[in-house]
Design a protein around this ligand. Structure first.
Ligand code: SF4
Length: 717
């Protein structure tokens, strides 16, 4: 038996795993006791990873060879890499020649490795010449990116997992780590068990497993987080809980924020949020007066039409109370996906460039162009996730290259997304699992390698870079994502850059990583002191890790100097705004979306493990029992759930953990395993048949967390 150290491919906790393999097959997985993210522990998903590589999964669910269909209505046929790559390159060249580079869009994934991200970014920006490259990370943490940049100067989470061992108060907002980040939550449980005086506050419209654990659950109405933070700040001001010396020495903009908070009294904030004023006041005291307060936050803040304002409102609280830059203190955004952070570092999103640079900044574009050896990078703004598919639905984007994600299920407003996919001249799907909802719309399928078969790196929520290592060769003809990109790029180069040296002279993943490393030199995330060899010898490391450093930095801003040019953090004064969509007489209930403990995203991987259905085996709509009788509803009814965009049918269960006048649906369901029959007529399934494409104006992250719906028994008109 061989043992290979790697990293769990599910979530942003980034646990170390040891893959057991025999005769070219993965036979087991266990936690890596030396990895600082998990010290050997694994959750239900991580500990069953090897079952996703079982022989029956390889035979029935993996994409094992390239496929192509000549026309949209023709059946998909097995093909060769040479033929498929040439087809893709020819089609890309023709569309770019006729309609320009912005007629092409790339929609990639936080599941990709840093090296894969880099290859896609270079293909889109340096070769094709478009900034139309975005990632499904847009759905998960782009509000956190912009929040950090606006408040602290750069996109860098200032805290680390070890801070859980030092915090005296943990403020969990819009997150359910008990289910979504389980190994981190185990660490919180252990910390509270050893220091019972620690206070845990959970802010969530639902009474989740994390809320059950908390000392105080603020069960706010959906979308009211900014009002809550302003009310908490007001309480801190009036109760004399501000860290005035810190505010004076290290921040700017407090006067404007103070003026805004003056109008949001705790009583008014409590009324808007639907909580008791006394609870809000208690939370303010614990937050401000605890020696060290750590916030953990995730999609409840991010997936919102005011996602950036929610992030900055919470960071304001940390700055005003001086809860930052010390062990156990800081605003700590949790990433959802295993390499959402790596995607941010490498700039694999429309609004970013490598090394935390800005595509709107001419000097930043020139720096990357010089590093990559091209004359210039495109200056036209790229389209973010929702914008990209809206443009495709209008016929402006004609080719979509989708990698390692399933937008026909996971983007909001499925009907619009599917219209976009129908209208494209070419949909290229780079995937490892067969039969996703998006596969039905693909014209070309490029079979990709997955965890256990790939080599590279990822970065977890605490800025820790871990190696991902191949234990076995990819099955069939599957290839690593960066290799697939490289091979098409090499065919395109003679057309788009005739007579110039290749930009894709990569034979190993390390070559891509080294190029990425150069883009970080001298930047806030400088990793010029790291190498694959160092990571292999010393294990995972946090950034920054500049050349000459002996180790990375566990937490940031300990010297009180922030990343803005003047060294000061900024208070951002943004008022509370309600959700983009409101309930009314036709759509009187608010639908929130959530995660299950044992499933991952659209279930293309976790859905092949029968054991993971033991916790919840079918999609269920949950609503507060007090709302059911007056609507003629009871447990076990089949109900029609309708929003302004679509409708789906679900089983209904009463659940007192869901707030009044609300319903909740897990976001995972909706996968329909179809193959080769074309997209038309695919039924709308899952939460995103209902959700809205409205997004935060700053981060462009859509409001997946709130939709106005109507719920009726199926047998009623
Ligand atoms: Fe994998 Fe996340 Fe579970 Fe760790 S907590 S084992 S990274 S899914």
């Amino acid at each position: 038996m061989l043992e290979t150290k790697s990293t769990c491919p599910y979530c942003g906790v980034g646990c170390g795993i040891i893959i057991e393999s025999e005769a070219g097959a993965i036979t087991g997985v266990r936690g890596d006791p030396e990895h600082p993210a998990n010290f050997g522990r694994l959750c239900s998903k991580g500990s069953t990873l090897h079952l996703t590589a079982a022989p029956v999964v390889l035979q029935t669910r993996r994409l094992l060879q390239p496929m192509l269909r000549a026309e949209r209505t023709a059946p998909m046929k097995a093909s060769s890499w040479d033929a498929v790559n040439q087809h893709v390159a020819d089609k890309l060249a023709a569309v770019i020649g006729e309609h320009g580079p912005d007629s092409v869009g790339f929609y990639i994934s936080g599941q990709l490795l840093t090296e894969d991200y880099h290859a896609f970014n270079k293909l889109a920006r340096a070769l094709v010449g478009t900034n139309n490259i975005d990632s499904n990370s847009r759905l998960c943490m782009s509000s956190a990116v912009v929040g950090y940049k606006q408040s602290l100067g750069v996109d860098a989470p200032p805290a680390c997992y070890e801070d859980l061992d030092h915090a005296d108060c943990v403020f969990i907002s819009g997150a359910n780590p008990a289910w979504a980040h389980p190994i981190l939550f185990r660490r919180l449980e252990a910390a509270k068990a050893s220091r019972p005086a620690m206070k845990v506050i959970v802010v969530d419209p639902r009474r989740t497993e994390s809320a059950e654990f908390a000392d105080l659950h603020l069960q706010i109405l959906p979308g009211t987080d900014v009002a809550l933070c302003l009310g908490l700040l007001h309480a801190c001001i009036w109760d004399g809980l501000l860290a005035q010396p810190f505010i004076d020495a290290h921040t700017t903009g407090f006067a404007e924020l103070k003026a805004l908070a003056r109008d949001m009294t705790p009583a008014q904030a409590a009324r808007i949020c639907g909580i008791k004023e006394v609870e809000l006041l208690q939370a303010a005291r614990w937050f401000a007066q605890s020696p060290a307060t750590l916030s953990l936050y995730c999609q409840g803040l991010n997936q919102s039409s005011s996602g950036t304002a929610k992030n900055t409102a919470l960071i304001n609280l940390h700055l005003a109370t001086g809860q930052i830059g010390r062990p156990g203190a800081g605003p700590f955004s949790l990433t959802g996906q295993p390499n959402a952070m790596g995607g941010r570092e490498v700039g694999g999103m429309a609004t970013l460039l490598p090394g935390h640079r800005d595509p709107n900044d001419a000097a930043h574009r020139a720096e990357i162009a010089a590093l990559w050896g091209v004359d210039a990078l495109p200056s036209r703004p790229g389209k973010t996730a929702v914008e990209l598919f809206e443009a495709a639905a209008r016929g402006e984007v004609k080719v979509l290259w989708i990698a390692c994600t399933n937008p026909a299920q996971s983007l909001p407003d499925q009907a619009l997304v599917r219209r976009a996919l129908e209208r494209c001249e070419l949909v290229i799907l780079q995937e490892c699992f067969a039969g996703t909802a998006t596969a039905a719309y693909a014209d070309v399928i490029l079979p990709a390698a997955t965890w256990g078969e790939k080599d590279g790196s990822v970065t977890n929520s605490e800025r820790r870079i871990s190696r991902v290592r191949a234990a076995i060769a990819p099955p069939g003809e599957a290839r690593s994502d960066w290799q697939i990109v490289r091979d098409v790029a090499r065919l395109l180069e003679p057309v788009l850059r005739p007579g110039r040296a290749s930009l894709f002279d990569f034979e190993r993943s390390e070559a891509l990583w080294l190029e990425h490393r150069e883009a970080t030199r001298g930047r806030d995330l400088d990793i010029s002191g790291l190498s694959y060899a160092l990571l292999d010898r010393d294990g995972p490391q946090q950034w920054p890790f500049p050349e000459g450093a002996l180790k990375g930095r566990a937490r940031l801003y300990e010297d009180g100097r922030f990343a803005a040019p003047d060294g000061r953090a900024r208070f951002i004064a943004k008022p509370y705004q309600a959700c983009a969509e409101q309930v009314d007489a036709r759509f009187p209930l608010g639908l929130t979306t959530s995660r299950m403990r044992d499933q991952w995203h659209g279930m293309s991987r976790s859905g092949v493990v029968s054991r993971l259905f033991g916790h919840s085996g079918a999609p269920v709509l949950r609503m507060n029992p007090q709302d059911m009788p007056r609507r003629g509803l009871k447990d076990g009814d089949l109900v029609r759930v309708r929003s302004r965009r679509g409708e789906i049918t679900l089983l209904l269960l009463g659940d007192a953990d869901v707030g009044a006048a609300q319903a909740d649906l897990a976001m995972h369901w909706g996968q329909e395993f179809v193959s080769g029959r074309g997209g038309q007529g695919q039924p709308l399934l899952g939460a995103n048949a209902l959700t809205q494409p409205a997004f935060c104006p700053d981060s462009k992250q859509p409001e997946l967390k709130f939709t106005a719906v109507d719920i009726k028994r199926l047998d009623l008109p």
